[in-house]
Ligand binder design. Structure first.
Ligand code: RUQ
Ligand code: CUA
Length: 684
């Protein structure tokens, strides 16, 4: 059970934890900023282990009342579990970080696009190497060894996280990875056809029908690998693509036969979100650079991009009817481009698949409210959140209420007919997340603050409080994304918010000029937001994060069933049991069926020749949780991690002679150092 004072329930799927709001509000009222003495002491009434009052401890540490209370609320002793997990993009690390809330402890790093040696991901083993290789460009001429993870998307059922899979895009290379949440390992990387990069255009539809990924900077697509085109032909030749990757409901993998793309104008397609409930079936993508500027800052050029791409007062919110697109994708109106079924731009416009709504220039986040009724767009250059109405968008589309068409023939809905409200929040609003009862929270990058505001009546907000700013909380510093508990689902929990700050400046001791980023846990359960904890992130840089309740992760394995292939979760044909270890040679291929258990590999000597190919099939025959073994071969760049029950395969062409002391890299037992063997490679 959760040990946090705020945990009032853990009853699964359709939880609504509303009762706690009152309790917490009352609790916060009791402590309103007082000194530690009489606050901690009165509330807790306990002696510290050294015999003093807890209030005295707080005093010694110089903590005020709220700080002392925050410390207690975020402390978890061993064997008490966090109530929530954050699935955090890892930015340039190419990884995903799993962080517990409210303790803000880093629990796991999941390698996706980048090799990671502890987990043996990308050092000669099948899982990591297969995934990383299939995810490189199809020519394999330029293997990609890093990615820039930005936007995680947890699988959903009926608009709520269902704990099955996690998807994350690679900003740098237009790829997407799929992580199975049974074992928290990456199972697939897809180099998405026709898109070179992808920023924030990654989301999942409410029943995990599709994972969406759109291009950021448009590119010229002829054949995969891209062709050179003069930038003077930007408008005519460059294109963006909105990609709808169909999800196999059994495996979570991408089903290319049922996937499709929609060709888009050469604007820069940016953040995106899926419609839900009342807006189910729609997808929304922000854009900027509808000027179609390409930079050119040398004398005689048009000017630098940041000046030439911000001239228009409005850019275009792309409104995509993906259910209509799904139907059109089955007709002869599409073209096949690099194996992808593509709906051409003119077809998308004429079939009513794509509409535009003007949005204040150079927007950043677009976030759909829990009921689906409001689409909140926040722009870096505009102090307002612009709230579009689903009902009004639908009516404007039905009535063909257009203020014109863009140069590519896409109808532009009349701004005033689709906007519900504009709410002034502060400088540099970026992203919005939601709480229950129409509460909304928007990051203010320039202000370094979180703005708490209310949605409108369709979200259950009384008319006199609708679309009003409630409070601003300064954060440290330069907040990018933010996340609330299940805050992008149909059923947000409120309770916690984490500010994902880009700068930390003075919050942590300087350890060289590259500073950590700063995740700040904020209590949003009371009437006033309160910062509870800073967490330095010394790896990154993280971008979007989702926060999922622990109860949603129902299928997590602690050990694999004996002899499991983690790529299929089925029994591996290469599994071995104790007593059946063997070496089988066929020509120059030497297959070794090996077992690993504390503290021994069987066989522990392998005799091969230069020119042979060694095929190692190692089964960890343990079933004890945490009894993971490693397997390294020095000088050959081989490193595996073999979890209890797991089978790992390694194919190794032997090109050098020597006696290589293979060893277990995991401190598994008292005789861990003795868990060693010899790979004897004799001259041919
Ligand atoms: S969007 S720089 Cu997620 Cu604010 Cu990326
Ligand atoms: Cu097995 Cu160390």
């Amino acid at each position: 059970m959760a040990s946090t004072p705020s945990s009032s329930s853990s009853s699964g799927g359709a939880r609504k934890r509303r009762g706690h709001r009152v309790t917490r509000r009352a609790a916060l009222g009791m402590m309103a900023g007082g000194a530690a003495a009489g606050v901690v002491g009165a509330k807790v009434g306990l002696k510290s282990s050294s015999g003093g009052e807890l209030a005295a401890v707080a005093n010694t540490l110089g903590l005020n009342g709220p700080q002392a209370e925050a410390a207690l609320k975020t402390f978890l002793p061993g064997a008490k579990y966090d109530e929530y997990f954050m699935m955090s993009s890892g930015g340039h690390s190419g990884q995903v970080f799993v962080i517990g809330v409210p303790s803000m402890r880093l629990l796991k790093v999941i390698p996706v696009f980048t090799p990671e040696s502890w987990q043996g991901y990308g050092f000669g083993t099948d899982q990591g190497n297969v995934v990383l290789t299939e995810g490189s460009d199809p020519t394999k001429s330029n293997p990609l060894t890093w990615g820039d993870t930005h936007h995680p998307a947890l699988s959903e059922t009926a608009g709520d996280y269902d704990g099955r899979w996690l998807y994350i895009n690679d900003r740098a290379n237009g790829r997407i990875g799929m992580i199975d949440l049974r074992d928290f390992k990456t199972k697939q990387i897809l180099d998405v056809p026709n898109i070179q990069t992808s920023h924030g255009g990654c989301f999942i539809t409410p029943n995990s029908e599709y994972v969406h990924i759109s291009s950021m900077t448009p590119a010229v697509v002829a054949t995969k690998g891209y062709t050179y085109t003069p930038l003077s032909q930007y408008k005519d030749k460059f294109r963006g693509y909105s990609t709808w990757l169909s999800i196999d409901p059994k495996t979570g993998r991408f089903d290319m036969a049922k996937s499709f793309q929609i060709e888009l104008p050469p604007y820069t397609q940016d953040l995106a979100d899926a419609g839900k409930l009342t807006s189910f079936g729609l997808g929304f993508i922000n854009s900027y650079n509808t000027e179609m500027a390409t930079g050119g800052d040398m004398p005689g050029g048009p000017g630098p991009l940041e000046a030439t791409a911000t001239k228009n007062d409005y850019d275009f919110l792309h409104i995509i009817d993906w259910q209509k697109a799904e139907q059109v994708a089955k007709t002869g109106k599409t073209v096949t481009l690099n194996g992808m079924n593509v709906i051409p731009l003119d077809v998308a416009a004429s079939e009513g698949i794509l509409h535009f709504a003007p949005e204040p220039r150079n927007p950043h986040g677009v976030d759909v409210s829990p009921t689906g009724d409001y689409i909140c767009v926040a722009g870096k250059l505009d102090p307002n959140a612009t709230v579009f109405s689903t009902e009004k968008i639908k009516a404007a589309i039905a009535n063909q209420d257009y203020q014109g068409k863009d140069p590519f023939g896409v109808p532009i809905l009349t701004f005033d007919s689709v906007v519900e409200a504009q709410v002034e929040l502060g400088a540099g609003p970026l992203h919005t997340q939601f709480g229950p009862d129409g509460h909304a929270y928007t990051s203010l990058f320039v202000d370094s603050a979180v703005a708490h505001w209310r949605l409108g009546e369709k979200a259950g907000v009384p008319a006199d409080q609708a679309f009003k700013l409630v409070e601003k909380l300064p954060v440290q510093y330069n907040i990018g994304h933010l996340v609330t508990a299940e805050g992008d689902t149909v059923n947000p929990d409120g309770k916690y918010l984490v500010a994902l700050n880009k700068w930390s400046i003075d919050r942590f001791p300087p350890l060289g000029p590259l500073h950590p980023q700063n995740f700040q846990l904020v209590d949003i359960s009371g009437t006033k937001m309160q910062i509870m904890k800073d967490m330095p992130i010394g790896n990154g840089e993280p971008h979007y994060v989702q926060m999922v309740h622990r109860d949603k992760l129902k299928n997590v394995l602690s050990v694999y069933p004996p002899g499991t292939d983690p790529m299929t979760f089925k029994a591996s044909p290469f599994a071995t049991v104790a007593g059946k270890e063997r070496v089988e040679t066929s020509g120059r291929d030497v297959h070794v069926y090996m077992t690993a258990m504390r503290s021994h590999y069987t066989p522990d000597q392998i005799d091969v020749k230069v020119g042979d190919t060694l095929h190692l099939h190692i089964t960890n025959i343990e079933q004890t949780p945490d009894a993971t073994h490693g397997f390294a071969i020095p000088q050959y760049n081989i490193e595996a991690s073999i979890d209890p029950g797991e089978v790992v395969n390694i194919d190794l062409p032997l090109n050098r002679e020597g006696n290589f002391a293979m060893y277990c890299t995991e401190f598994c037992s008292a005789l861990h150092l003795e868990m060693q063997g010899w790979l004897n490679v004799s001259p041919n």
